[in-house]
Design a protein around this ligand. Structure first.
Ligand SMILES: O=C(CSCCNC(=O)c1cc(-c2ccc(F)cc2)cc(O)c1O)c1ccc(O)c(O)c1
Ligand SMILES: [Mg+2]
Length: 215
């Protein structure tokens, strides 16, 4: 069988990006997705918003649900100070394998832990696995119908604290209506919407930033 899309994306990175240079990895993936083959990375337009939200949060503990090829993992981790850790969860082993190589090409492997498995299984184990109390920043980019159950699970596991920021991709396309309804009308969150477009297209999409107000 032919290569897979993630493998073709990785090849574009290994050919066009400079080892140890996260910005060149980001540029190589965006170029590949714009000119060769669309892929479901957060992309450059929404990625710039992600960068701003990460920078204003200055997180020391970060969780990403939905690694795919590691594009947003690299975007976020490149902005983190040396002592911070990013945990990213991917249920598809093939995606996880490609992501580890993309992250390594960017030279960020020491700051990232790629966990393979279901977010619902892994979230309850994280406090013990990593000796953390709460996540300062969470990026949701996995199955859109898992956003709501997983944010509730994070609450129940005490992994969100006052001021924790949850940023969700694709709240318009493909959409996460139950999640949006929850964070927008629940007093535990203060939410705002960033209008943008589906990566590499003119289709409307956006990010939702929700700040946990505490228990
Ligand atoms: O794909 C998954 C689920 S995780 C990726 C979630 N992300 C998305 O689905 C996602 C989708 C789109 C999008 C796609 C088609 C459109 F026409 C429009 C939008 C955009 C995004 O930015 C996304 O993040 C998976 C998991 C485990 C497996 O074993 C497996 O085979 C597959
Ligand atoms: Mg997405």
């Amino acid at each position: 069988t032919r290569t897979t899309r993630p493998q073709r994306l990785l090849q574009a990175v290994s050919i066009n990006a400079v080892r140890g240079d996260p910005d060149s990895v980001i540029k190589a993936i965006d170029h590949f997705c714009k000119h060769t083959e669309w892929a479901m990375n957060v992309g450059d337009e929404k990625g710039a918003i992600l960068d701003l939200v990460v920078m204003e949060t200055c997180p020391s503990t970060v969780l990403e649900l939905g690694t795919y090829c590691g594009y947003s993992t690299v975007r976020i981790t490149r902005l983190l100070p040396p002592a911070t850790k990013l945990i990213t969860v991917e249920m598809n082993p093939e995606y996880a394998h490609v992501a580890r190589q993309v992250i390594q090409h960017a030279g960020l492997q020491d700051k990232v832990c790629v966990l393979e498995g279901e977010s619902a299984d892994l979230i309850p184990k994280m406090a013990n696995m990593f000796g953390i109390q709460a996540f300062d920043f969470v990026f949701l980019d996995h199955w859109k119908d898992h956003y709501l159950p997983d944010i509730r699970l994070l609450e129940d596991c005490g992994l969100l604290a006052q001021g924790s920021v949850v940023l969700a991709d694709n709240v318009v396309c493909p959409g996460a209506p139950d999640y949006l309804n929850y964070v927008r009308y629940n007093l535990k969150y203060s939410s705002r919407f960033y209008q943008a477009h589906l990566e590499y297209t003119r289709v409307l999409d956006g990010l939702e930033r929700s700040e946990y107000q505490g228990d």
